[in-house]
Design a binder for this molecule. Structure first.
Ligand SMILES: Nc1ncnc2c1ncn2[C@@H]1O[C@H](COS(=O)(=O)NC(=O)[C@@H](N)CS)[C@@H](O)[C@H]1O
Ligand SMILES: [Zn+2]
Length: 412
């Protein structure tokens, strides 16, 4: 699939400290240590109800990682999928008497527009599950051949499941206990109660064709893939056996990223699959997580249609820490619009306080597990001083403009 349009990321003099990020599997903030090319797999949308502000907050967090690694001089091999075939998409299409293919294409197109408007740097590979069907089926075949997967004893639908003990490290990513795993598996598309599974949490790899459902021919028989295996196959085939970062919202901690890691490791024998598992907090509205099932969604495209500057949306979402569950409110947007106006006014001045320290603070805060509240406050401090005419450095306004663009993705 075509990624969205590239964004120009200006080069900034100098560089900051190594990027440290919270890793779910160890529960600690640790330095990332990518090679010349950082490798990052961030789960993409299931294309309906796109792009709500929860999606946007999550992709903005990983955009800051992308920008900061580039600021350190790394290339970034960023891969993202589109879950353009899965039960929730088929259910939504059925509910709305929509064709599931058309629904997926329409929503993915809207998502691309919203990402462009928010100035999110696009992934190098943007891969739909449908277009990757061959490689996904091939990967399932390898797991079966390797003994990590099994066919359930159901003559009508001999579906293929993953044996969750196969990788030898199952559970290290989420650190959840079995009871929690089973509960979350049930809540998030799993089928722990299905008879014949070796373990209740075992994840579906290949669902044999059902009447009235789309299916694809394969050596496994006609069917379609489970959810987790699509991300494992797409990531392994483009980024290799071990990556720097696997990311998504906290609702992906289990089962999705646990199984993504287990599928990869069962096949490659390389542990851990990702050196960092990074998860964002949930954006809510009126006290409830913004989610499709609750329908309490605020859309980026709706704000854009109301002439809200996407840079203000970006600042509003970055004003809270990426790992904090936080609410979207009109006040949050209002405050961001005022902040944006003040920053823009300050950088149009013909001089300002020396920018060196501000840029260093901006980098230091971002490097500290993406501490955007402090990072934005550092720019506030410079803008405040500049607006009180307490600076004579003619180059400072341009330097701040470049730093805010390169590191925060905000166009002043
Ligand atoms: N309310 C929310 N706040 C923050 N992030 C959210 C919220 N809702 C969904 N997300 C994140 O947005 C991303 C896309 O979510 S999604 O559309 O449901 N799609 C999926 O989770 C799968 N296609 C991943 S392979 C995921 O990382 C998810 O964790
Ligand atoms: Zn995924």
């Amino acid at each position: 699939m075509q990624p969205w349009a590239p964004v120009d990321v200006p080069r900034l003099e100098g560089s900051g400290p190594p990027l440290r990020l919270h890793d779910t599997s160890t529960g600690r903030v640790r330095p990332t240590a990518p090679g010349p090319e950082a490798t990052m797999y961030v789960c993409g949308i299931t294309p309906y109800d796109a792009t709500h502000l929860g999606h946007a907050a999550t992709y903005l967090a990983f955009d800051l990682v992308n920008r900061y690694w580039r600021d350190l001089g790394h290339d970034v091999h960023y891969v993202q999928n589109v879950t353009d075939i899965d039960d929730p998409l088929l259910e939504r299409a059925a509910r709305d008497q929509d064709d599931w293919v058309v629904l997926g294409m329409r929503e993915t197109a809207l998502f691309r527009e919203d990402m462009e408007a928010l100035r999110v740097v696009p992934p190098r590979h943007y891969i739909g599950a449908v277009e990757a069907m061959g490689e996904i089926a091939e990967f399932v075949g390898k797991l079966l051949a390797g003994g990590s997967a099994y066919r359930i004893d159901d003559p009508e639908f001999p579906d293929v499941y993953f044996d969750s003990t196969a990788s030898g490290h199952f559970g290290y990513e989420s650190n959840y206990d079995e009871q929690t795993m089973i509960a979350l598996s049930r809540e998030r598309g799993g089928d722990p109660d299905r008879p014949g599974k070796r373990h209740p949490a075992d994840a579906l790899l290949w669902r044999m064709a059902r009447e009235g459902e789309p299916s694809w021919e394969s050596d496994l028989g006609a069917g379609r893939p489970g959810w987790h295996v699509e991300c494992a196959a797409i990531a392994l085939n483009r980024l290799g056996d071990q990556i720097d970062l696997n990311g998504g919202g906290s609702d992906l901690i289990f089962p999705h990223h646990e199984f993504g890691a287990a599928h990869a490791e069962a096949h490659t024998g390389v542990h851990p699959f990702a050196r960092h598992y990074v998860h964002t907090g949930m954006i809510g509205l009126d006290g409830e997580k913004m989610s499709k099932s609750r329908g309490n969604l605020v859309f980026v495209s709706k704000l854009r249609a109301d002439d809200v500057d996407p840079n203000a949306v970006r600042l509003a979402l970055l004003s809270g820490h990426y790992r904090t569950d936080r609410a979207w409110t009109d006040d949050l947007l209002e405050a961001a619009q005022q902040r944006l106006a003040r920053w823009r006014e300050a950088v149009t001045l013909d001089a300002g306080p020396d920018a060196t320290e501000t840029v260093a603070n901006l980098r230091a805060h971002l490097a500290d597990d993406l501490d955007t509240p402090r990072a934005l406050a550092a720019v506030d401090a410079w803008a405040g001083a500049a607006l009180e005419r307490r600076g004579t450095d003619a180059a400072a306004p341009a330097t701040i403009r470049t730093a805010v663009d390169a590191l925060l993705g905000v166009k002043l």
